[in-house]
Structures are given as structure tokens and as C-alpha cells.
Design a protein around this ligand. Sequence first.
Ligand code: ATP
Ligand code: MG
Length: 428
Amino acid sequence: MTQAFQKVAAIRGMNDVLPGVGARWEQFEEIVREWLHAYGYRNLRTPVLEHTRLFARGIGEVTDIVEKEMYTFTDALNGESLTMRPEMTAGIVRASIEHNLLYDRPQRVYSLGPVFRHERPQRGRYRQFHQIDVEALGFAGPDVDAELIIMLARLWKRLGLTDVRLELNSLGQAEERAAHRAALIEHLEKHRDVLDEDGQRRMYSNPLRVLDTKNPAMQAMADSAPKLFDFLGAESRAHFDGVCALLDDAGISYRLNPRLVRGLDYYNLTVFEWVTDRLGSQGTVCGGGRYDGLIELLGGKPAPAVGFAIGMERLLDLWDQTAPAATVPECEIYVVHQGDAAQRLAARVGETLRDAGLSVIVHAGSASFKSQFKRADASGARVAVILGADEVAAQAASIKYLRADGAQGDAQQQVPLAELAQVLKSKG
Ligand code: ATP
Ligand code: MG
């Protein structure tokens, strides 16, 4: 006798997307792809697993992600340390170096898919979640920074979102950050008594990140800290002003947030986040910025780059609040049948209708017309095609419009099989 199997549940923080909601995801992804193509972005897909070193180097050893959020394990076959990607930029940059993507021109690429972080699950924070990741590789100017932001504003508009606002900052260049860093460490040393454990540990390794704290006891210290923005030189200022001018032209408002540093080590110049108050405490739907040093840091020929990542679950949550989802029908046409000959005909009719571009479910198995019609209703189809002995004999199909707003009301009509696809396509 086999032993009773203990049911398996999904891993905490990793969600199933059930069919009704899955249809919503598909609608969303369709809008997103159309939007990306409108700006010439092309799809690039990288593996979900990468060597751990890639992220340690590419994201930075002293970051939340690398310090405590990665799913890392040893490959039992060869002892290599592997990591489930916690973000997509590092993998995309690796791929662009490995395949020499930038050898003759810059590249606009995007990737859509799951990423993994070991965080405490709550609304808007999961252990497997999805990102829309967009990267403009090989572009130096403020024009592309602005274009990315303008592009995001277009997506919000397309989705009907109005409550998302833009926060902007500049992290300058390495030398400017070094000068600021010295001043900042001095400030942190002066306020050592209010620093929490993370703060104490990072005050020398990643002092900027200490300011990015959510600890209320450290807010006053963080507010009074020297601001990186005040350390920017003329060129960095000019880049920032360039971005702002283009945003002004596009009618996009923003708030300069000198505390915005983003969690990753590699950013320089422009950084930005789009935030909303409608998602509780996980209100950032998109974060991005320029990372001119990363390609070289990962072993490539030096090239500038800028990009962003959208958290899809958070954006979908927001979209659902703004434009509540209508149920998506399973199909347009549901074929019901009675008798062996009609069932065989139904299979053929289904294929013919699909040839014509219709979405069709042929009732599987046999059942009373009544229960088949119930299924037809539940499917959300707008028309039922009915095949019985009479229809087989007449080489015709009866059609019934299922929706109250259907072209023919409740009436049933017979249509010769040869004309069926055309009739179904032209009406309702
Ligand atoms: P947060 O400050 O909320 O932790 P982050 O700075 O770690 O965000 P990024 O690395 O910039 O996030 O990732 C880009 C986007 O991915 C975020 O703006 C957010 O919308 C989404 N995101 C990040 N972490 C999660 C998560 N654990 N679950 C769901 N979405 C997430
Ligand atoms: Mg985070």
C-alpha cells in the first residue's frame, strides 16, 4: 500500500497566479510590450541562475540584497556557488559583455520575469516577484535618462494611473562621492550614538546607505547629514540640469530628493524612483538610474548605461485599484454537440473557426445540452455553436448568442457550415 502523501504547499512568499488573474497579467504584459516596442526596446532573456560572484560584484558586497536577501546554494555536482537572480541588471550586463553586444552600437533592451529575494513576505514584498527591467546600454547623455523617465510617465498614463510621483537625485561621480563620503563619515562619527547595528556596521563600508535607513530614531541624523547633491561639480550639475530641462519640456513634475541613493553600489549621476501612497508601505513601483561604471566593473570595455526596474506585482496592484479588472472570457465561441457524429464534426468545426482567427472551446466529453450550455455560459463565450443530428444532416450549425447584448438576442439560427466562420466573425 502506498503511504498517504502529505500535501505540498507553495513556498512562503512565492505566489501562484491563478487563471482569472493570469488573464490580467497577460493583458498587462501586452500593454507593456507594446509600450517597450514604441521606444525601440528589444527583448533579452538571461538565465534565472547565475554565478554568485556576478551579484556580489555587480550589486556590491555591502548591500541589503547581497548581505541578506539572496537565494544562494552550492551546486552539488561541482561545488560552484550559484544564486537565483535578485535583480536583472547584473545578468543583462554579463550577457552584453559575453556576447559583445555593444561592439558596433548602443543597445536598448528589456527583460520581463521573476527575481528572488529572501525578504519578510508582506503586501508588495514577496520572495519571488517579477520585474520589468529596461536597460539602455552604451548611452551617455542626459537625453536617454530623460527618455526613460518620460517613457515611464507614458506607461502610467496608458494604465490610467495618476497617483505616481517622481523623485529625482544625482549621485555625481566617484570623486564627488569620495569628497562627500569623507564629510558624511565625519557626520556619522559625530552621531554614532543614534546609529543602529546596520548603521554602525556600514558607516565606513557604505556610509551613503546608512542614510537610506527606515529607522525613525535615525531620521534627524540623516536629515542633517551633508548632502551629496551639494558636492556635485559643474559637469554633474550640467547632466542633472539636462535631465530636468527635458522633463520640464515633457511636462513631468518631480521632486529633488537628496536622500535618494538607491540600494546598489554602482549608480552614478541620475537616480530616480516613482512612488505612490496607494500601496501602503511598499510604495515604490519603479527605481532606476545611471550606472556608467558597471560594465567595466564586470570586465567589459568601459561603456555608460542607464536603466530601471518596475516591480510588476506592485504596479498590478495599483492598476487594479485604478482600473478594476473586467473578467476576461475563456473563449469567444463555445461549441456544444450531441451524438457521436456531431462530436466528430465539432472537432473539425473548432479547427476551421480557429483557422479564421476565432478563439474556440469545443465541449470535451459528452453531456446533456443543458449542462453543456452551463459550461458555455461559465466560459464567458459570446456565442454557442450547436451541433446535433439535424445539423449533421443539414451540414449546418445552429448558433445562439449568449450575451444579452449579442447581435441576435435569444433567437437561434441555422447557418451553413461553409458560412459559419464568416457569420461568427462579422456579428457581435
Ligand atoms: P524596496 O526599497 O521596496 O525594498 P528596492 O530598492 O529593494 O525596493 P529595487 O531593487 O530597486 O527595489 O527593485 C525594483 C522594484 O522592484 C522596486 O521598486 C519594487 O517595485 C520591486 N520590488 C523590490 N523588492 C520587491 C519584493 N520583495 N517584492 C515585490 N516587489 C519588489
Ligand atoms: Mg529591497
